[in-house]
Design a protein around this ligand. Structure first.
Ligand code: AOS
Ligand code: ZN
Ligand code: ZN
Length: 388
């Protein structure tokens, strides 16, 4: 039997990174709804993100997306964030919104488009130097819609060359994290569609290149925890983009669609040593809040990861190993399910209070009046949105 007290120290090191773009307005191609108080600047996004850390104590860094998060002084932005009690985290590059990238970015056959994409990443590395960020995260929209449209093999070779040029510019403490996605916006062939392709590229680059696993980027029915296990086994799981999906890349609140899947993923993280800070796994949210309030949406997400990580840590590993060794199929399954069905919320509430945090971060934030305050204060200007 594993007790909450015995696993609490591991929970303390569970840090969840929040994305700056979650605080802007988002929607679908049909409609983006605005909300009073939505940030107009990167500074206001960081201020909102700092609220998530203030009430949960578990979200100490904010990821940036370049060029969505424009600043003329990133070192000053870092100091501003630190003044609010948070750090600047992963820098996400963006080569999916310029006309130049219509037929690809790092994989493009057109040398000018490819040069622009590489230079954008080199600029991201300069920003990382100023923000103190460790990770450069690359997600590519590159791909094709029709068979025959592109030379699939040539694009892999071009991608490898582009990534090598970017990797060579990283500082000793910096990493390149390559995200994969099976489709969208390309509907026939995506250039980095799966973990195997991402792994092949980062393995060729070197030790400071790893894979980012976005939980929404797999075909329905994919056994994501198997991929987690394999990447940890290979020492190549660099980051998660957590979210949940009912259909495709829905970017809904993590743990909302399938809490059991989140539990299984986090159990493989625990099993593979991925919670140890030395493992270097970044636990990031990659979400949009189209209809719900954004800051509570982020707090809910952090709590969902924390709650499911707690249940994963509570798995009686000795009992599980014994049942597995005895080929006790139902016994082994029961050990896992016992932990999954444990309601950890009362233990977490007391644990939070013992650390000077509110027992119920959702209620404490709602009572703070922050949303009403920003709605009153943030008048005029242009509200930030996904992609702006
Ligand atoms: C796109 O589908 C990916 O999830 C990327 O991580 C992207 O940069 C992010 O979702 C921003 O919207
Ligand atoms: Zn993502
Ligand atoms: Zn995505």
């Amino acid at each position: 039997m594993t007790t909450f007290e015995s696993i609490a120290p591991q929970l303390e090191s569970l840090a969840i990174e929040v994305p700056s773009w979650a605080y802007g307005n988002s929607g679908t191609r049909f409609k983006v709804f605005g909300t009073p108080g939505t940030p107009r600047t990167v500074a206001e996004k960081i201020a909102d993100a700092a609220q998530v850390h203030r009430y949960t104590g578990a979200a100490p860094t904010v990821a940036l997306h370049i060029p969505w998060d424009v600043s003329d002084d990133y070192a000053a932005l870092r100091r501003y964030a630190e003044g609010l009690g948070v750090g600047l985290g992963t820098v996400n590059s963006n080569t999916f919104q310029d006309d130049a990238y219509k037929f690809g970015s790092l994989t493009a056959a057109d040398p000018a488009a490819r040069r622009q994409a590489i230079d954008h990443h080199l600029r991201c590395i300069e920003i990382m130097d100023a923000t103190g960020s460790r990770d450069l995260k690359i997600w590519l929209a590159d791909g094709s819609n029709y068979p025959g449209q592109n030379d699939l093999r040539q694009r892999q070779d071009t991608l490898a060359e582009s990534l090598a040029e970017i990797y060579a510019q990283l500082g000793d403490e910096q990493r390149l994290v390559l995200e994969y996605k099976f489709f969208e916006p390309a509907f026939y062939a995506t250039d980095v569609p799966d973990w195997g392709t991402s792994y092949a590229h980062v393995a060729a680059l070197g030790d400071r290149a790893t894979v980012c696993l976005d939980t929404g980027h797999h075909a329905p029915g994919t056994n994501i925890e198997f991929i987690v296990m394999q990447l940890l086994r290979l020492g190549k799981l660099g980051a998660f983009d957590f979210n949940s999906r009912f259909y495709a890349d829905d970017d809904l609140i993590v743990g909302a669609a399938d809490p059991f899947q989140l539990f299984r993923i986090l159990f493989e993280v625990v099993r593979g040593g991925g919670l140890d800070p030395e493992a270097g796994v970044a636990f990031m949210l990659d979400q949009c809040h189209n209809v719900e309030d954004k800051i509570p949406g982020q707090i809910r997400s952090v709590l969902n990861v924390q709650e499911m990580a707690t249940r994963a840590l509570l798995v009686d590993r000795d009992a599980l190993a014994a049942a597995q060794a005895a080929n006790d199929v139902l016994g082994a399954n029961a050990v896992l399910m016992d932990a999954f069905y444990t309601d950890v919320r009362p233990s977490l509430a007391s644990w939070r209070e013992s650390r000077g945090l509110p027992a119920d971060p959702m209620a404490a934030f709602a009572a703070s009046g922050y949303l009403q305050q920003i709605a009153a204060d943030r008048v005029g200007g242009t509200q930030a949105g996904w992609g702006a």
